[in-house]
Design a protein around this ligand. Structure first.
Ligand code: ATP
Length: 222
């Protein structure tokens, strides 16, 4: 006799990043994915950065505090601290395997920008990512969808344009999002902050306030 098929829960979105700092280029595509794909939740997963590589003025605690502020004002957004709690860099594949074990009936949608998809073949065990999650790829100004052969092949085998497909399987599809492109990077934002320029509307007000209070990203001597 066949085992009964368990109904799947609503999919959860996962967004990993350095979030140094978190900005609208992270948040807008995630909000649009939440709504377009009917995601139950968006988990923001700040990456561990080795201390010698971290921005000298911004600690993991401060990146986490900013991610928490951003999550607090967005419906369904939560913060997952697991990668920060390790003192070694985590591979995405390891985080996905852990989450799959914790959420056996929940489709996982790993969100990324087009820049990340284009460099996916350099990720550790990248061919296995789709065994554990769907990939939801947002467009990002500056990165055209000119796919290297192995990505074109991956898309040919895994792309879907049906929202329902992401609800009906735990993993294995790629969704190319038709999101409003946001031309912003944390690098650009840090440069603006260092130059003492006004960054209003580029990140949540609460985060801008925190950066100001903590004196983050300022040019030395400012
Ligand atoms: P940095 O400039 O410091 O490299 P970043 O702005 O690219 O940072 P990350 O924290 O490295 O931000 O990115 C985390 C994830 O968010 C990645 O998958 C990246 O592709 C995506 N992302 C970041 N900015 C954008 C954007 N403007 N549009 C779409 N996706 C984005």
């Amino acid at each position: 006799m066949k085992a009964p098929i368990r109904p799947l829960k609503a999919p959860v979105g996962l967004l990993g990043g350095t979030f140094d700092p978190i900005h609208i280029g992270h948040l807008r595509p995630a909000i649009e994915a939440r709504d377009a794909l009917r995601l139950e939740e968006i988990r923001l997963i700040p990456n561990h950065i080795p201390p010698h590589r971290a921005h000298p003025l911004c600690s993991s605690e401060q990146r986490l505090a900013m991610v928490k502020l951003a999550a607090a004002e967005n419906r369904g957004f939560v913060v997952d601290e697991r990668e920060l709690k390790r003192d070694t860099p985590s591979w995405t594949i390891d985080t996905l395997i852990e989450l799959r074990n914790e959420l056996p009936d929940t489709p996982l949608c790993f969100l990324m920008g087009m820049d990340s998809l284009l460099s996916l073949a350099s990720w550790h065990r990248w061919q296995e990512l789709l065994d554990y999650a769907h990939l939801v790829v947002s467009s990002r100004p500056g990165w055209q969808p000119d796919y290297p052969a192995e990505m074109a092949d991956l898309l040919a085998r895994h792309q879907t344009t049906r929202v329902q497909a992401l609800h009906q399987r735990l993993a294995g599809h790629i969704w190319l999002a038709d999101n409003q492109p946001v031309a912003l990077s944390a690098t650009r934002l840090r440069a603006l902050l260092e130059a003492g320029q006004d960054v209003r509307y580029l990140l949540p007000e609460s985060v801008a306030h925190y950066i100001d209070q903590q004196g983050l990203y300022r040019a030395t001597g400012q």
